[in-house]
Ligand binder design. Structure first.
Ligand SMILES: [Zn+2]
Length: 342
């Protein structure tokens, strides 16, 4: 006999299936009327012809940068937040031929978003995930898409979010390979952090400041590198409800430039991590005022408030071969001192 919770989860799954069917149908109808879809491509080829959408990517092999570019088709990446950074991130991964994208966002496209890249005025009013899937499918029909139009921080949705990142991989039943946080608030970041610590899931965090002139990306390997709760921003540490900080009529600034740069360094790090080339950044900041790109690595905090983080640290200690994050690894105290100087 299924419990009420299990049934609720099942209802939500079926609702999502229905939404997806409707989206596919409407995307197909629209495509029929106005767009030309290319057929799917079974195997990525390096053939240099104008009609091959992958020739420039496969050339990375000939240039000696990537050993096995085709492997990109085996990966599933979940993108949480399809706004100024997340939408551009999803587009880059789609153009690179990622295997599967799972998009999470509860918001709708608005004209107030038009100062950023990706969305177009005629999409105003559509859900961001629905509009994004339609555009992305048209750009690259080889990519599999799964979209969820909800806020991951509510209890029911969080359970479903955990379920999809645990089992929503390209091969159903397998976990996703990577989660990208492209959200604009701490509550959602903490939800992703909690889920990833519990599941031991590697993720990357990204952020752009409210004054639009700085941003960062960060790689989080549970138990190994600092999680979001290991060195929490003051607002999280002091348990302040961030909604109470938002002043009426005052909105955050944003620039397509800063958001594009942050999406670019985020996806660059994703490609390096998945396809194993170059050095994967543990933290890379961007200060637009001074064109300054600080990098650093942060160890997990043994006193972290998240008990799953502490458990992952124990596990890492027991299994790791003494390998550390990198030579630049710093203690939290050193790091805070450095941040204050910036
Ligand atoms: Zn932690």
């Amino acid at each position: 006999m299924a419990t009420v919770e299990e049934l609720k989860l099942r209802v939500r799954e079926l609702e999502n299936e229905l939404i997806k069917c409707k989206q596919k149908q409407s995307a197909m109808d629209k495509a029929h009327n106005q767009e030309q879809h290319r057929p799917k491509i079974d195997k990525m080829s390096s053939e240099v012809v104008d009609s091959n959408p992958y020739s420039r990517l496969m050339a990375l092999k000939r240039m000696g940068i990537v050993k096995d570019y085709e492997k990109i088709r085996t990966f599933t990446v979940a993108v949480v937040g399809v706004g100024g950074v997340g939408s551009v991130t999803a587009e880059m991964l789609t153009r690179c031929g990622i295997g599967k994208l799972i998009l999470f966002d509860y918001d709708k496209v608005e004209l107030a978003n038009m100062n950023r890249l990706f969305f177009q005025p005629h999409q105003a009013g559509l859900s961001k995930v629905e509009a994004a899937e339609h555009t992305l499918r048209n750009i690259n029909p080889d990519v599999s898409f799964e979209t969820h139009n909800y806020n991951i921080t509510t209890m029911d949705n969080f359970a479903h979010f955990m379920e999809r990142i645990s089992f929503g991989g390209l091969e159903e039943g397998k976990p996703v390979d990577l989660i990208l946080s492209c959200v604009d608030n701490f509550e959602a970041r903490m939800a992703i952090n909690t889920a990833c610590n519990e599941l031991g899931q590697i993720w990357m965090e990204s952020g752009v400041s409210e004054n639009a002139v700085s941003g960062h990306i960060q790689l989080i390997i549970p138990g190994e590198t600092a999680c979001f709760a290991c060195a929490p921003p003051l607002i999280v540490a002091a348990n302040i409800d961030e909604k109470t900080l938002k002043r009426e009529g005052v909105c955050a600034a944003s620039l397509p430039t800063t958001m594009g740069v942050v999406a670019g360094i985020l996806v660059q790090n994703v490609l390096k991590y998945l396809l194993k080339f170059g050095t994967v950044s543990h933290y890379l900041g961007y200060n637009a005022m001074k064109d300054f790109f600080p990098t650093m690595a942060m160890k997990a905090n043994p006193q972290c408030n998240d008990r799953y983080c502490r458990m992952q640290q124990e596990e890492y200690k027991n299994t790791a071969s003494g390998e550390t994050v990198g030579e630049t690894e710093q203690s939290l105290e050193e790091l805070m001192a450095q941040m204050r100087k910036l």
